[in-house]
Write a protein that binds this ligand. Sequence first.
Ligand code: FMN
Ligand code: SF4
Length: 389
Amino acid sequence: MGAATRAGNRPGLDAPVRIGPLTARNPVFFAPTSVGYADQGVLGDAAVAHYVRRATGGVGAVMTEQIAVAESGWQHARQPGAWHDRHDEGLRRLATGIKEAGALAIAQLSHCGRYAGPWARYAERRRLAPSAVPFLLPVGEVCPDEITPDEIGEVIEDFAAATRRVVAAGFDGIEIHGGSGFLLTGFLSPRTNRRTDAWADGTRFVLDVVRACRTAAGTDTAVGYHIMTDELLPGGYSLEQALALVPRLERAGVDFFRPAAGTFESLKAPQNAGLSAGPDYQRADTHALAEVANVPVLAGGGISTLDQVREVLDAGAATAVAMARPLLADPDWLLKARDGAPPVGCACAPSLCLQTQLTGSVCAAWPEETRGLGHSGQLPPYRPRQETT
Ligand SMILES: Cc1cc2nc3c(=O)[nH]c(=O)nc-3n(C[C@H](O)[C@H](O)[C@H](O)COP(=O)(O)O)c2cc1C
Ligand code: SF4
C-alpha cells in the first residue's frame, strides 16, 4: 500500500476503517495488554468486565492480551489459554461482550517458548526453543530445550487449533504474537536459532504457523501479525530481515501488522535503555514497515494524546493506532478526547501495571477503591457531552 497511497485515504477519528475482511467503527484500538485476570488459564468475570469496559469506552477494536495456544507455551497461571474445552466458555463470554459493546474482538495468540512458566519450576518441564541457548530470567541463567521436529509440528497444529477455538467462540480476528523473544521470534533470531536441520531457516516455521492460522481462520476472520521489526542486539534479527519477510507473510495470509522492536531480553540491554520511552517511539519502524506492506499497519507505543493520534494517522503510514497504557489507565480515553475533556493521565515509573501483570494488573491511576477490586471493569462510565446536553 505504501505511506503515500494510504495518506490519500486516511481515516478520520470517527470514520470506520477496514482491517482485512473486517470494519472497525474507528481507528483507535486497545492494544494487547497482559493483565493476568485469568484463573489457571480460564477467563472469568474480572477479565470479561475489564475488556468489555474498554469496548464501552468506544474504541474500534479490543485486542486481548496474549492467549496461550498450548500448555507448552503458557507463561503463567493467570494468562488465558485456548487449548482446552475448559477455556471455551470464558472466551465466548469475552468475545460476545466486546462485540455487543460495538468493538471488534481480536484475540492475540502466542506460544511463549523459552519463557514458559512458572519460572520457579523451570527445570521440571521442557521449555521449548529452537536451540538450547542459555538466557537470563529473574531466577537466574537458564537453558531451554531444543524443540524436536515432531514438537514443531505439534506447535503449528496448536496455533491452528487455538485459532479454530477463538473463532468458534466468536472472535472477529486473531493476532499472531511474533515478538518479545517468544517462540516465533526465537526461530528468526540467529542468536537463538543455531539449528542445522530443515528448521535452520526460521522463516519456514513462522510462515507455516501463519498459513495454518489462515486456513483455520477462514475468509471472514482477520489474521494479524505482531512483528518484531528489529531485535536490537548485535548479531540479532534486523529491520532489513523483518521488512524482507513482510511480503511473504502477506502471501501466507496476513491481513494486518503491528510492529514492535526488541525482546524482553534486548530491551534490558544497557544500550537500549530508554528506547521504549518518549512519544511515538516506534514511528521510524512503523513507517519503514508501511512502505513495504500492502495491508494495514497499526501504530503504537508512546502515543497518548489526541493530537498525537491525529498526527500519526495524518502521516499516512498507519491505518489505526493501538494504545495500551492510556486505555488501561482510562477506558474512556477516546470519549473524553473527542469531547476535549482531560483523560486520566498515564504516567508512573516504574509502571505498576507491568510490575503486577503476572498476578493481576492494577494501575496507579485508578481510584483507590477500583484498585482494591483488582481490575477496573466496574469504573462508572463517562457520559459524553453530546449525550448530556
Ligand atoms: C502491562 C502491559 C502488558 C502488555 N502485554 C502485552 C501482550 O500481552 N502482548 C503484546 O503484544 N504486547 C503487550 N504489551 C505491549 C503493548 O501492547 C504496547 O505495545 C506497549 O505498551 C506500548 O504501547 P503504549 O505506549 O500505548 O502502552 C503490554 C504492555 C503493558 C504496559
Ligand atoms: S499509570 Fe502506570 S500503572 Fe497505569 S497504565 Fe500508566 S504506566 Fe501502567
